[in-house]
Design a protein around this ligand. Sequence first.
Ligand code: PMP
Length: 353
Amino acid sequence: MSQLWSPAVRSLTPYVPGEQPTERLIKLNTNENPYPPAPGVAQALRDYATDHLRLYPDPASRALRQTLAETMGVGIEQTFVGNGSDEVLAFAFQAFFCHAAPLDVPDITYSFYPVYARLYGIELRKHALDDDWQVDLDALSASGERSGVILANPNAPTGHAHSLQALEALLERVTDRVVLIDEAYVDFGAESAVALVERYPNLLVTGTFSKSRSLAGLRLGYAIGAVELIDALERVKDSFNSYPVDRLASAVGIAALEDKAHFDACRNNVMATRERTVSRLEALGFSVLPSKANFVLAQHPRFEGAQLFAGLRERGILVRHFNTPALANFLRITIGTDDEMDGLVEALKALCG
Ligand code: PMP
């Protein structure tokens, strides 16, 4: 480790995303959508490949934000876009959570949150999940000094989602700091807290085009919240790079948002395949946590997660296994096409039979 590094960088443990294999595998490890993006995306790419790339992007991303605002039923000034929701989350950590008090976070959630917290010197106060592997909203919102509250809904990698009513109760209790609800997976059966932003000026909802819009390769994410919160995100962004997203991402994002029929067809397919997959995994003896996301977390009473992960890998199927004690017995399996899930179930039959 170099002495030239600053102390904060020396203590960093970078987030390691799931593997992107070079060989052809059934890839069920990083919660991508198995279906292609809306057909209009290809047209937008063709149009933009010609003249438009010569020009800088609109620093206010008005066209994309206007379409996003219409899709979400909010005003354009309540929207913010960035390069993937990971970047939007990074801006939000800087804008809202850098106070001299801990950030309340569930213990077992998206593993990027601790990375950002460390990067920005934010102390975390972790709250264990309850006996049903659900985020304990009472613990998360218990009174005390805090810099904010963050939760993914649906949570990752468990897949459980709280109702809007439960989220509202949390927002009634935490009024002094920002409550950030990360809705990366909301379109696969959960209720969106965007409906609550008018009433709770401290609520920031983040989302992504990577999952339900099939655009993980592009890096496009957003935040929705009160104008005051969006202003803070703009300040952080402008101090860093005043072009929020590039022209291509903007055009492609608009095309993806405009095709509601394609969006609904893809997410309905994923949800139907998820339900079929859960029944088939249960028939093989797995217990599967109820999921409102495009993945499931499953464990087998007789086989360890690492063992099944390796066995599947040998059979050309990539799933996610987390090397943390609490999740050691689990596999997180992204919902792919029906054919891909047939392949998974056949391979697990061979491994567990
Ligand atoms: N939030 C959660 C809970 C996630 O699982 C992910 C994807 N790994 C993200 C945010 C980031 O998504 P993206 O940067 O692709 O928008």
